[in-house]
Design a protein. Structure first.
Length: 432
């Protein structure tokens, strides 16, 4: 497709004079009130994201505020750099600030599509935070939502998976908005065509090697059964309502059955057993993520094994965490072997969880560092059994070390000279 630039030299001013489009009204309603004062928009050059850019430009020209654009060039196919330049030219005509980032760090391991997606979000999040933006808008449409539901049906997803993409979510320290989940791809292209705006079609959108493109082609064959973009979007909305209800139930279960003790999560086994399996799964998944955050939650089979061990009073490990059971309680904590070799500077964050502070606020010596207490540390503390904590909990606790001397730890060796804090406390767990 040609890359003709719009004739107007300052589309921002033009947008301000145009009457409101129905899509503009729908988009503004989806963004909510008040509008983000400083909003970023991700633009690839395709029809969906360019339509989002033009519609947002109209809204912000009329309502006021700071709108900025960003493009991530993955460099995975020929012409991607030219497409990023095309977007930059459009933004320049509109008087919008625009930034291009190029991803060049793939190490050829793992899934390329997933690596590119994660890199894109991290690059955009860093950019948005550097610009002090309130949120970043993404160009996912009703068709993307329907295709996601269809793909997850094929993967036998549960309630969460069939909820598909959320209109709003927090990730990588940024709020991401998807205000076009109720707008079809066809409606957006009709808008662009009527307004005289061109877009660039990505050739990979016709490559049936990708599952999403297979789902896109399958949609036409399913329409005779009433399975179309609208119906699958409704399924996603229904599943999102069910997910929210289950999450509320899981929060109540966590408040009743769980307590936090020195960075470990203690589960009242008898009370926990009274909750349905789906609620138990959600609570344990949340607990694992609080102790050892990971990009993806553990698989259902792993959670089932953890639930069985908790019910039977057995020990097991999952996702870098360990479970040991006593008569009435199950203790879930960081697995020692996951942190055995982890070392952090004395003023750093150890294992993404623990910080140690000098009580008088003075800087610590260079040779002081944070590392696991381990069995060597416990040998230096003969009173650790008096704490009533499982040995495994203490082994994986951080210690403040000066060479072979253990100066302090959160539990086994407290000291008035040092203060320990968890980066994510009880509130972060219960509200996660």
């Amino acid at each position: 497709m040609s890359r003709r630039r719009p004739a107007a030299s300052r589309l921002w001013a033009v947008h301000n004079l145009m009457p409101q489009e129905p899509l503009e009204i729908a988009l503004e309603a989806a963004l909510g009130t008040p509008l983000p004062a400083k909003l970023g928009v991700a633009v690839s050059g395709g029809g969906d994201s360019l339509a989002l850019l033009h519609l947002l430009a109209r809204i912000y020209a009329r309502r006021g505020g700071d709108l900025q654009a960003v493009t991530v060039d993955h460099g995975l196919r020929e012409g991607s750099a030219a497409e990023a330049e095309h977007v930059a030219a459009i933004c320049a005509d509109m008087g919008l600030q625009h930034q291009v980032f190029r991803w060049e760090n793939w190490d050829r391991s793992g899934n390329l599509q997933d690596a590119a997606r994660q890199a894109r979000y991290h690059l955009m999040a860093d950019w948005a935070k550097s610009q002090r933006l309130n949120a970043v808008a993404l160009g996912h449409t009703a068709d993307d939502q329907a295709e996601t539901v269809l793909l997850r049906l094929g993967r036998r997803s549960g309630v969460d998976g069939l909820s598909a993409m959320a209109p709003r979510r927090h990730d990588a320290g940024m709020l991401w908005l998807r205000p076009m989940l109720g707008i079809t791809r066809l409606a957006l292209r009709d808008f662009l065509t009527d307004a005289g705006f061109d877009w660039i079609d990505d050739p990979s959108n016709e490559d049936t090697r990708f599952d999403r493109i297979k789902a896109r082609h399958a949609m036409g064959a399913l329409e005779a059964l009433g399975i179309d973009t609208e119906s699958l979007g409704v399924v996603a909305e229904n599943m999102a309502e069910a997910r929210n209800a289950l999450e509320s139930y899981a929060t109540l279960a966590a408040q009743e059955c769980l307590r936090l003790v020195h960075g470990a999560i203690v589960v009242r086994r008898d009370a926990f057993a009274t909750y349905p399996p789906e609620v138990q799964r959600r609570v344990l998944r949340r607990a694992l993520d609080w102790i050892a955050p990971a990009p993806y939650p553990p698989r259902r089979a792993g959670l089932a094994q953890l639930m069985q061990a908790l019910a039977a009073g057995e020990a097991t490990t999952l996702a870098g965490c360990a479970l040991v059971c006593r008569k009435d309680d199950g203790w879930l904590f960081r697995e020692f072997y996951a942190v055995a070799d982890h070392v952090a500077q004395s003023d750093g964050l150890w294992d993404g969880r623990w910080r140690c502070f000098s009580s008088d606020g003075q800087a610590m010596e260079d040779r002081i560092e944070l590392r696991a207490i381990s069995s060597n540390g416990l040998k230096k503390c003969s009173n650790w059994r008096e704490l009533g904590l499982p040995r495994g909990v203490l082994l994986s606790h951080p210690g403040l070390w000066h060479g072979d001397t253990l100066l302090s730890s959160p539990a086994v060796k407290t000291s008035p000279n040092w203060r320990w804090e968890l980066a994510r406390g009880a509130d972060a767990f219960l509200l996660s």
